[in-house]
Design a protein around this ligand. Structure first.
Ligand code: C2E
Ligand code: MG
Ligand code: MG
Length: 359
């Protein structure tokens, strides 16, 4: 039986094929039939399809369950490039259902105040003092407990909720930085790093809202650093760079996050309004062992000297051991961040680290 569910979605229900090969063969035949070009008004149109296959004894699952699984599996076929079929898989179904549940819960979670921010110190490699912190958002989910950003930032990006969520993170962390500065005015300005997602970069009110948040809090622009991932800026044209350039002109620092993971063109760095490179932790992993991987050392040395000649400061992420920290200091990196110094934590932890510095 073939039925149209709505839009461009169809269901084919069949009994009989007992082996996986027979099922694959049937799906292949459907795709081939769809691929036959259709002539319309003298033009050839071709149709592509993505198929999700759910197989099993009848009566085992309800019709609604079978359809939901077929739908999820069809989306996996689409995500894998389309024009193909995919077999249902209980684990993938469960992941998609969780993802869907998290996605729909996001807006209410923001209203209910379920998000919170942990801060991870940024440490001067030269003298070991804390000179700032990166704000890292978490979600205290009523059922799933604390979720890291990797679980929900991509979903928030996808639905656009990242814009209000990102605004909240900015507001909250700028307020926090201002509080640290007031409490700790002797130690020089304490900086706050906030991550920006690609969707936020495209948002027309990014500059106006950032200015507004800074003005209302009283924090000077120079104490804020916005982190943008390297991949978000690959191939960026002037329109995309304009808001970042405006922010940089006001004195806000722009950091290129996860540098080294996006295969960006090094010559491109000159065009970008960035003042900090954050070197991805994959570069420094080889320095955890003793002796450090000599090739890793050479690569990092090269990047640092290139960055410095372009007047960019270098921060290294994911410093987990004292040996790494020492190597990186010798190579000339400016700032480090990682578990060796502190895991991301509550804001008062940064405050006590600052007091320890002052002693
Ligand atoms: P990121 O900006 O590159 O942040 C650094 C990540 O490395 C954090 O993961 C941090 O907890 C982790 N990390 C720090 N030190 C170490 C270390 O020594 N070893 C290891 N193995 N890991 C370390 P986290 O908190 O899970 O954040 C993941 C990513 O989520 C961040 O990567 C950032 O891209 C994104 N993110 C976090 N907060 C926000 C936010 O407010 N807005 C947006 N758009 N993205 C955010
Ligand atoms: Mg970051
Ligand atoms: Mg990073």
């Amino acid at each position: 039986m073939v039925a149209r569910l709505g839009g461009d979605e169809f269901v084919a229900l069949t009994t009989g094929p007992d082996t996986a090969e027979e099922v694959h063969e049937l799906a292949g035949r459907i795709l081939n039939a769809l691929a036959t070009p259709i002539r319309l008004d003298g033009r050839e149109l071709s149709v592509r399809g993505s198929i999700g296959i759910v197989e099993g004894p009848s009566g085992e699952r309800s019709a609604a369950e079978v359809l939901r699984s077929a739908d999820i599996t069809m989306y996996r076929a689409k995500a894998a490039g389309g024009n193909r079929f995919q077999l249902a898989d209980a684990e993938a179904d469960a992941r998609a259902i969780t993802r869907h549940g998290l996605t729909t819960a996001l807006p209410a979670a923001l209203d209910r105040g379920e998000f919170f921010i942990e801060y991870q110190p940024l440490v001067h490699l030269g003298d070991g003092t804390v000179h700032g912190a990166e704000a890292l958002v978490r979600w205290c989910h009523p059922q799933h407990g604390v979720l890291g950003p990797d679980r929900f930032i991509p979903l928030a990006e996808h639905t656009g909720l990242i814009v209000p969520l990102g605004r909240w993170v900015l507001e909250e962390s700028v307020r926090q930085a201002n509080f640290w500065q007031e409490r700790h005015s002797d130690g020089g300005p304490l900086r706050i790093n906030v991550n920006l997602s690609p969707t936020q970069l495209h948002h027309p009110r990014l500059v106006a809202e950032t200015v507004d948040v800074l003005e209302r809090s009283g924090l000077e622009p120079g104490a804020l650093c916005l982190e943008v991932t390297e991949s978000a800026l690959i191939g960026a044209d002037d329109d995309l760079l304009k808001p970042l350039r405006q922010l940089a002109e006001m004195g806000v620092d722009i950091a290129l996050d996860d540098f080294g993971t996006g295969y960006s063109n090094l010559a491109n760095l000159r065009r970008l309004p960035v003042s900090v490179l954050k070197l991805d932790r994959s570069f420094t992993r080889g320095m955890q062992q003793h002796p450090a991987d000599p090739v890793d050392l050479k690569i990092v040395e090269g990047i640092v000297s290139l960055a410095h000649s372009l007047e960019l400061a270098v921060t290294v992420e994911g410093v987990e051991t004292g040996a790494q920290a020492e190597q990186l200091r010798r190579i000339g990196c400016d700032t480090a961040q990682g578990w060796y110094y502190a895991r991301p934590g509550a804001p008062d932890r940064i405050h006590s680290l600052l007091l320890a510095d002052a002693v």
